[in-house]
Design a protein around this ligand. Structure first.
Ligand SMILES: N[C@@H](CCC[C@H](N)C(=O)O)C(=O)O
Length: 276
């Protein structure tokens, strides 16, 4: 049997979206198969979304299953795609997204989706990173990184030019370092000359570089401000797949803004109950 999906991307970070009501007995197996860009549809993850239209604004319960079958507690671009998907179905311009790392409000303004990203934390226990104090500009596996949790963990290194970095070479040792009991995403960032940053990210769960990472963009912006690399607000962050803006409100909460595209729809095969 098959279930319908919709394919969305946020600045190149792409997802199959499947309604949580659909019968999918093994979500991890489906993600491992269909996220594969050679053998499946190809994506950075599957978003399983439950839509609760009785609330105002409507609510969406979001679960991201990644290409390696793991689930991630938060995904900035995934949440922006989930918001657009829900807005398309409900005719609203605002929704609430329930994630494992908190409930976030999303709004559509001038065609872009802005999502609240909560309060980034440098607390080692909450990242988690095996350290007695906050990790700023510290060598881990030969890379000087600052470590933050923006819904998921990120180790961020500032470099002269992200294009000169061999990310597939330098990121995996940090991603799997013993310092990170649950692993980490790894970002490199370089100044763009006008207060913003170019971004590249190696993602946990994808186990490779993605065209964009929203929690990574927020990590770069919040660390850049803390280290005095910029005082811009919003901070422009440019991953390979498009342009993102990170802002901060008076409570230190970050917001992430950028475009979302609905690419196409299709169907994927799942086991029927009789086959189980
Ligand atoms: N691409 C996402 C982050 C998804 C989660 C990450 N791979 C992890 O396992 O921590 C984003 O846009 O934030």
């Amino acid at each position: 049997m098959s279930v319908p999906f919709q394919k969305y991307h946020g600045t190149g970070n792409d997802f199959l979206i499947i309604h949580a009501d659909e019968y999918v007995p093994d979500r991890s197996a489906l993600a491992e198969r269909e996220c594969d860009r050679a053998e499946g549809v190809g994506a950075d993850g599957i978003l399983f979304l439950a839509l609760e239209e009785q609330f105002s604004p409507p609510r969406v319960v979001m679960t991201l299953v990644q290409p390696d079958g793991s689930t991630a507690p938060m995904c900035g671009n995934g949440a922006r795609c989930a918001a657009e998907w829900a807005m398309d179905r409900t005719g609203t311009e605002s929704v609430m997204i329930d994630t494992q790392s908190g409930t976030l409000r999303a709004d559509r303004t001038d065609g872009d989706i802005t999502i609240e990203m909560g309060s980034p934390t440098f607390d080692p226990d909450k990242i988690p990173v095996d350290a007695d104090e906050q990790v700023f500009e510290t060598a881990i596996e030969g890379l000087e990184v600052t470590v933050v949790n923006t819904g998921v963990p990120h180790a961020v290194a500032f470099v002269d030019d992200v294009e000169d970095v061999d990310l597939e070479e330098i990121a995996p040792p940090v991603r799997y370092a013993d310092d990170f009991p649950r692993g980490t995403n790894v970002c490199v960032a370089s100044p763009d000359g006008s207060g913003g940053f170019d971004q590249r990210t190696y993602e946990r769960g994808v186990e490779g570089e993605t065209d964009s990472c929203g929690t990574g963009a927020v990590a770069i912006a919040v660390i850049a401000r803390r280290l005095g690399h910029t005082d811009a607000d919003p901070v422009a962050v440019k991953p390979p797949g498009g342009d993102l803006q990170v802002s901060f409100n008076e409570r230190g909460h970050a917001t992430l803004t950028g475009p979302v595209e609905h690419e196409f729809d299709g169907e994927v095969t799942v086991e029927s109950p009789a086959e189980l």
